[in-house]
Design a protein around this ligand. Structure first.
Ligand code: FE
Ligand code: FE
Ligand code: ZN
Length: 279
């Protein structure tokens, strides 16, 4: 059984350094921002560094790597130039990730900004067809959201509507986030199987490509997105034991986005690994 555990790591020192960091904390995958999460500038790629990173990852049986798009882009935006900017950034990032050798680009579907979910989804769909112009390439993962503010994508039905409207569907998948799911009102803590069944019925479990593993500071259906360390929030230790042992989940890259430093990640990865293997 291959269990792929990792965390969100900085790539400021390059990809090889990030793979080393992932190894140091006991990981065999990781997530990284494709560019500064608040800015728009992407640094130039160092092909030698990428090659060495890929070699090191291969030797250590790494699972798929996940890029995360910056938070500043909004595919659902009212303003056309904001959407055009998001299209440009995502097109560029998908190309960069192909060079880097990452499998996925996670993106927040968008914020409708008061125009309503349906109009927002229309905007997202227009953008996605401009981004995913080829049948082949890195897979774009729509992230399930908590539903804060005017976020789109906090119901499986909304993710499905986006998926259904896109021409090159084979380029799309879903990444779920345990903190966001609970905030959105999906009771994964007490009814994990039922939630996964619902996802399977609406989206299809084969569309689920990766998972963000975070505890949450807020209760069920809070619509709040505040990550906390595993076992320190409303989901609790037992939930994460259950999660990592779940046959539909344990095959996916599981990425921590919890607060703290590398030592915290190391502890949480060790906990998840132990939980997965000791029945
Ligand atoms: Fe995210
Ligand atoms: Fe997340
Ligand atoms: Zn979050």
């Amino acid at each position: 059984m291959s269990l792929y555990l990792g965390a969100h790591l900085p790539i400021s020192k390059g990809y090889q350094a990030a793979v080393r960091m992932a190894l140091e904390i006991g990981g065999n995958t990781f997530q990284f921002f494709t560019r500064n999460p608040r800015g728009s500038r992407a640094r130039a790629l160092n092909l030698k560094d990428i090659e060495q990173a890929a070699e090191l990852a291969r030797r250590n049986d790494f699972g798929p790597l996940v890029g995360h798009a910056p938070y500043t882009i909004n595919l659902a935006a009212v303003a056309e130039n904001t959407r055009a900017f998001a299209v440009m950034v995502l097109k560029e990032d998908l190309e960069r990730l192909k060079t880097v050798g990452a499998s996925y680009l996670a993106v927040h579907p968008g914020n409708h900004g008061g125009q309503g979910i349906e109009k927002g989804i229309d905007n997202i769909l227009q953008c996605l067809d401009l981004i995913l112009t080829e049948p082949e390439g890195v897979t774009l993962l729509l992230e399930g959201m908590a539903g804060e503010g005017t976020e789109i994508g906090f119901r499986f039905e909304q993710l499905k509507e986006i998926y259904d409207g896109v021409k090159h569907q084979q380029r799309l998948g879903v990444i779920l986030d345990t903190c966001h799911l609970y905030g959105a009102g999906y009771d994964i803590r007490d009814h994990l199987d039922a939630v996964l069944e619902e996802f399977d019925r609406i989206m299809g479990l084969d569309q689920l490509k990766a998972l963000h593993v975070n505890d949450t500071k807020y209760p069920l259906a809070s619509k709040r997105d505040r990550h906390t360390n595993l076992g320190e929030g409303f989901l609790g230790v037992d939930f994460f034991v259950q999660l990592v042992r779940h046959p539909e989940i344990s095959q996916l890259p599981l990425i921590l986005e919890t607060p703290g430093d590398l030592a915290t990640y190391e502890k949480e990865i060790a906990f998840l690994r132990a939980a997965a293997t000791t029945q």
